[in-house]
Design a protein around this ligand. Sequence first.
Ligand code: HEM
Ligand code: NAG
Ligand code: NAG
Ligand code: NAG
Length: 255
Amino acid sequence: MKLSVFANLGLLGLAASARGRDPEGHEYRRQPGSSRSPCPGLNAMANHGFLPRSGENIDLATLRAAVGDAYHYEPAAADGPFNEAMSFNLTTTGNSSTFNLADLAKHDAIEFDGSLSRNDFFLGDNLHFDPAIWGTVAKRLNLYKTGPAEKDKYVTVEAAAKARAARVKDAMRANRDFNASASQIQGSPGTTALYLTTLWDPKADAAPKAWIKAFFEEERIPYREGYSPQSEPQKTLFDIGALFQRVQAVKIDAC
Ligand code: HEM
Ligand SMILES: *[C@@H]1O[C@H](CO)[C@@H](O)[C@H](O)[C@H]1NC(C)=O
Ligand SMILES: *[C@@H]1O[C@H](CO)[C@@H](O)[C@H](O)[C@H]1NC(C)=O
Ligand SMILES: *[C@@H]1O[C@H](CO)[C@@H](O)[C@H](O)[C@H]1NC(C)=O
């Protein structure tokens, strides 16, 4: 009996190490007092040191390198949002070519109402992860049910699209000042497409729940859960666009 207990522990240990660890020099570490944003994608890169851990003085060259090294995107994938941020004049660094992560919380610039994991500006904190808001989304994604079937481990495009639409409806009901513009509401399926593309498992044609959980709840890149973007082809703007189309094509029931 004893032997089999130890044998099992040994196997568990092997499985855990086979699933990967943080890359050398890019360990996950949350640094209290550092600048962070309403964007889990950027925060996770800062928590792993692909962006400055301070979250400060980020320029385009730094951002391009980070999205390539962290998520294996083509460098230009970052240019659109970077230029958008700059054109909103939201930077507080004193240098019009750089921004601090917290600058991105400026409401009605890139930040808008009805986010998946943040509250609306009018209702309080639009910058930090909000467990209650995310809880409503996680529930709709069935995020914590990861078995027994293989398919229980994944979030499909359909589930993600429906969860997003339901979250926006909730926000519109909860916030009498809800005022995401038409173009911001258009952009909302975009952030869903972005997390799916970033955390995509092409073999499953879906995104692993364990990766989504780490990404949103800990702002951690899920290497420990087997994420290995450099072993897949480089992701492009075209890939994001293709998933955006798929998210938009999901029929949402009126309610
Ligand atoms: C490939 C890298 C990126 C990924 C994976 C990513 C992912 C995401 C996701 C999933 C959200 C939605 C969060 C939510 O609804 O709770 C989001 C929001 C946001 N992202 Fe990113 N992002 C990336 C790059 C960027 C860049 C380069 C910028 C700007 C320089 C940016 C700025 C923002 C902002 C301001 C929000 C808040 C929008 C809102 O109010 O919901 N992101 N991002
Ligand atoms: C940002 O500043 C520039 C130059 O001062 C100005 O032309 C532009 O209208 C400003 N943009 C916003 C969104 O305020
Ligand atoms: C502003 O930032 C850019 C990009 O990092 C840098 O090249 C430039 O030297 C900075 N300007 C000043 C005045 O520090
Ligand atoms: C939303 O409301 C804020 C003030 O609460 C205002 O500054 C902003 O212009 C409004 N945005 C839209 C898209 O109507």
